[in-house]
Design a protein around this ligand. Structure first.
Ligand code: CA
Length: 570
């Protein structure tokens, strides 16, 4: 058997384990109002003239880190995380020096809601122009953006505009019948009786706080009345606010509950409506005009088929004239279930759907879990192998992976139960009482396992999950194919393995993941690998059965829950 084994070693990675959990969502948002023909006509006006293009050369391959400010770092001893605290921890995320490997090396952060709000979570905003007093000042925000930029970190912020908090002065005035604001929310005389399109179908119309017979619309709950996006003043105000925070330093927005902006009827009539797509195109054009390098990422918690249309037209605007990225909820579930049950089929199915339904060349925003879901470590039973595997799969996917704070150290849920706070507990930097998070008692208790699940304990440990994340991100950034290449799955007979090629303009990379807990011989792969190059940490063995007639047929022996990445000969 002749061997053609030419390949460059790129990097390799290894493995893990775990258990699972249920998703309990907290949150998505929605809708609005009574359609009038005139209003619909107004909102479906398309932008005219030459389209301004996105400048997203920086985006493909970028790794984002989701931060819940309240739980990341307290700088002033009140037990509550704040923006100054985030600044203190920027070097942990990316110290700005590519030569060091003691940082995570991420390229961007998503700050969960930072505007003034009466709640701990901030998804019910009462002042869109001010940073929440618990988190600091508007000046702190700009300072954070400046400090982040110096390190090559972009800052995107949660923009929650489907609804406001019921305590927002706009709603207070609207409820009182103030003509200036009445139409900023969605009112009806009598209760239309609509039910939410998800969960247990809670009512979406609520009694007015004023002594009237009127009802207002709020898809999440009565404390979050939906803004009326059929109202031009509302739409223009939201665009103005979009400009405001870009001017203050933000690099874009994570858009909350994007599929629920405008509602037309009961149940599914509250999601993915044509008027919602039209408004998002309008907002997108506005943001592109303000800052073409800015990013918009939509929270469209739905199927691949429903997410795909949110890119809009790529013929008019490269990358999409609507949302240039949306979180990939189906892929998140597929990766987590694959890590859980050792079967790659779910991932392959989603990748095939994306290839069929997503416009060519658009950005994806894959992730594993977010603030509305049970923590990954808990879902995977704190199995180190499965956690390492899930991370490796995520960080070898195309697009812009998002890592939820604490995921990189295996932070588990704060306890059993479905309370959202349990998914958002303070970051354990050390095993000490304040956890390095605060000199005071944290606003919420640390999750179980803090003694070993903390940054200090894992720093310097070559076998830690944290080291694994750092290595994966570094490997990703150093590879053109990994950053911007397309993905082409390689059919395998074993459902317990996942193999694909990432194909960039001038580099091809082979990625192989062993989804099973035991060592597995994976192949045959019709690729050429250079055996003379070291394969790195993973104890991967190559077994080549190439022949002149059949071409290369490589087999890789990969340890349980291990992964391997090789650069292929061109
Ligand atoms: Ca504080």
């Amino acid at each position: 058997m002749s061997c053609t084994r030419r390949l460059l070693f790129l990097a390799s990675i290894v493995a893990m384990t775990v258990a699972c959990g249920a998703r309990d969502g907290a949150a998505p948002p929605p809708p609005s109002s009574t359609p009038s023909p005139a209003a619909v006509a107004e909102i479906t006006v398309e932008p005219t003239g030459p389209a301004i293009q996105w400048q997203h050369e920086w985006a493909p391959g970028a790794v984002f880190y989701q931060v819940f400010v309240r739980s990341f770092q307290d700088s002033d001893g009140d037990g509550i995380g704040d923006l100054a605290g985030v600044i203190e921890r920027l070097d942990y995320l990316n110290d700005g020096d590519p030569a060091t490997d003691s940082d995570l090396g991420i390229d961007g952060i998503w700050l969960m809601p930072v505007f003034e709000s009466p709640s701990y979570h901030g998804y019910d905003v009462i002042d869109y122009e001010s940073i929440d007093r618990d988190y600091g000042s508007n000046g702190d925000f700009t300072r954070l953006c400046d400090e982040a930029r110096r390190r090559g970190i972009r800052v995107i912020i949660d923009f929650v505009v489907n609804h406001t908090g019921a305590g927002h002065p706009w709603f207070t005035a609207s409820a009182k019948g103030d003509a200036r604001y009445r139409d900023w929310y969605v009112w009806r005389q009598g209760n239309p009786g609509w039910r939410r399109p998800w969960g247990n179908g809670d009512a979406t119309w609520h009694n007015s706080p004023e002594p009237t017979q009127d009802f207002y619309y709020g898809i999440f709950w009565g404390g979050m009345p939906d803004l009326n996006f059929r109202n031009r003043e509302v739409r223009d105000t939201i665009k103005r606010l979009g400009s405001l925070w870009l001017a203050r330093g933000a690099d874009g927005y994570r858009l909350d509950a994007t599929r629920y902006l405008i509602a037309n009827g009961d149940g599914n009539g509250q999601a993915d409506q044509p008027e919602t797509h039209a408004y998002l195109r309008e907002f997108s054009a506005h943001i592109r005009g303000e800052k073409p390098g800015a990013l918009l990422v939509g929270e469209n918690w739905t199927t691949t088929a429903n997410i795909a249309p949110y890119y809009g037209s790529t013929a008019r605007v490269r990358g999409g004239d609507e949302l240039p990225a949306s979180f990939n909820f189906p892929l998140a579930d597929a990766i987590v279930s694959a890590a859980q049950n050792g079967n790659a089929k779910a991932i392959l199915d989603v990748l095939a759907e994306m290839k069929r339904l997503y416009p060519e060349g658009v950005l994806d925003a894959p992730f594993l879990r977010n603030h509305d879901q049970i923590r990954l470590a808990t879902e995977l039973g704190n199995d180190p192998g499965k956690l390492r595997l899930a991370a490796a799969i995520l960080l070898t996917m195309p697009g812009m992976p998002f890592v939820y704070y604490g995921e990189e150290i295996g932070l588990q849920n704060g306890g059993t139960g479905s309370a959202d706070e349990l998914k958002r507990t303070p970051m354990p930097w050390t095993g000490a009482p304040g956890g390095g998070f605060s000199t005071a008692a944290p606003w919420y208790p640390f999750a179980p396992g803090q003694a070993h699940t903390n940054v200090a304990a894992q720093t310097g440990d070559p076998d830690s999950l944290l080291r694994h994340y750092r290595d994966l991100i570094r490997m990703r950034k150093r590879s053109e194919a990994m950053r911007e290449g397309a993905i082409e799955p390689i059919p395998l007979t074993s459902p317990g393995a996942l193999a694909f090629i990432r194909k960039g303009p001038s580099q091809r990379v082979l990625v192989v993941h062993n989804l099973e807990p035991g060592e597995q011989r994976i192949g045959p792969l019709a690729v050429s690998i250079d055996e003379s190059k070291p394969l790195g940490k993973p104890r991967v063995r190559l077994d080549d059965q190439s022949s002149p007639a059949r071409g290369p047929r490589v087999w890789l022996t990969v340890p349980g829950h291990g992964s391997a990445v090789f650069e292929l000969a061109q």
